[in-house]
Ligand binder design. Structure first.
Ligand code: IMP
Length: 192
């Protein structure tokens, strides 16, 4: 599939502008405090790296990995027709390495969809007794929610479309696209 055929939903310029705004908000909210950015692998890696470099606070990074029940690998997670949320069971594939106790934790996710993943991770991290735990989601698809979940910082609210790029994948592909693009069924079926 030629990448040029993908429809851009959010351009790299729009992403950068919004990430800058989110970073400024986080900086204001945590002025004078240390924070831990915890990225959800692998989709949030690019977002975390752009965001964190614009937050001039004392900070460290950590990463957490999860996959849904029945998934072969984290990369095969979501499918355009909603395969991700078939069972609702999420399991840990990689735990954080630092202690969260008494820390300001910013959980960084690429996209908040059904809410199952963040519900699972939030519960796990809250058990570690952080001082604060806030969720930062670049994208939010509220129409797909199965568990009540709200992010504290949201980049963009988007419709129920399957998107790739800026860290987000379809079967591990397209993470390196600089823009966020819609992967339509039409584009996928043209590959077959
Ligand atoms: P949730 O548990 O349904 O909220 O799913 C969150 C995860 O599903 C995200 O971290 C993504 O890995 C994946 N996901 C959901 N929607 C999309 C999408 O449109 N494109 C790529 N991945 C998605």
């Amino acid at each position: 599939m030629p990448v040029s055929e993908l429809q851009v939903l959010i351009s790299r310029e729009q992403i950068q502008q919004r990430v800058t705004e989110m970073a400024a908000q986080i900086t204001r909210d945590f002025t004078g405090q240390a924070i831990i950015f915890v990225g959800v692998l692998k989709g949030a890696a690019i977002f975390l790296s752009d965001l964190a470099r614009q937050v001039p606070l004392d900070s460290t990074f950590d990463f957490i990995g999860v996959c849904s029940y029945g998934q072969q690998s984290a990369g095969a997670a979501a499918t355009p027709n909603g395969g991700w949320d078939s069972t609702g069971e999420v399991r840990l594939t990689k735990d954080v390495e630092q202690s969260m106790a008494g820390k300001n934790v910013l959980l960084v996710e690429d996209i908040l969809d059904t809410g199952l993943t963040l519900t699972y991770i939030k519960k796990l991290l809250l058990n570690r007794q952080p001082k604060t735990l806030r969720v930062v989601a670049l994208l939010d698809k509220p129409s797909r929610r199965k568990k009540p979940m709200q992010a504290d910082y949201v980049g963009f609210t988007i419709p129920d479309k399957f998107v790739v790029g800026y860290g987000m994948d379809y079967a591990e592909r397209f993470r390196n696209l600089p823009d966020i693009c819609i992967l339509s069924d039409a584009v996928l079926s043209s590959e077959k």
